[in-house]
Write a protein that binds this ligand. Sequence first.
Ligand code: AMP
Length: 299
Amino acid sequence: MGLLVVGTLAFDAIETPFERRTEVLGGSATHFAHAARFFAPVELVGVVGTDFPDQALRALEQRGIDVRGVEIAPGKTFRWSGRYEADWNTRVTLATELNVFERFDPKLPEAYRSARYLFLANAEPCVQMKALEQVTAPELVVADTMNLWIDIRLKDLEELLQRIDGLVVNEEEARMLTGKRNLFQAARALLERGPEFLIVKKGEHGAFLIGRDVRFALPAYPVEEVVDPTGAGDSFAGGFMGYLAGAKDLRPGSLRRAMLYGTVTASFCVEGFGVEALERLEKPRLEARFQELASLVTP
Ligand code: AMP
């Protein structure tokens, strides 16, 4: 009945203008789950290798995240490394080692199949589709994607677009998918291809929600000290969907509030490496920042 996420659990190596860290616990599903857990029970589906510390799974469990859907496969865990340039907005991927994720075939435990809210984190579109097909009656399905899949798996991605309610993209991906430079023209073209709404992420400049009958724009919360932006997009999605799953309300006003929760949750994520800051976070601080952001954007 809860909120289900399917995606990567990873070890990241991250270089920022100030620091270099290796073996950082990351992955799209990890970030999403750590963000969404404040609002609703989260179920996680993914795969790790035998090198993945049991203690990392226990840390997720201790925060109420159901990890029965995490498969442990022979081999190594997915690894990603990236570098942020001095302006923080440019991220260069240095290496992606799929490892056990290469043969990932999502199998949902029986208890997860009744999930109402589903987030398909960045993965090959046919893998996202396989997960989606195992959920019996989802009320809200949101998917993330990336330039690689737009390049090499466009047909599968087009099929997926017809089956989802929301798509999370950045500006570049919206343009690549539609060939349109103007963001609103690109959004309109994408809405004709399936989803009810799009979330367009603009990094430190915030995010747009563009749907058939809802449009909303928000700046990012002004964080004073960015430590590591990795996972900001996934924790935005976690806060957004977590709020909706908890509120059980998908009307436009609720979608707007979900945008604020996504923004606020992502702002905590970037204050630490990997999920460190989200692991430490407690709900009252999140709520206080929500109120602060709400007053920042209210005339
Ligand atoms: P974000 O900063 O929100 O785009 O998320 C970054 C997280 O996604 C990192 O923790 C990575 O481990 C993970 N990641 C990076 N590349 C991929 C990929 N190709 N597929 C799935 N997850 C990825």
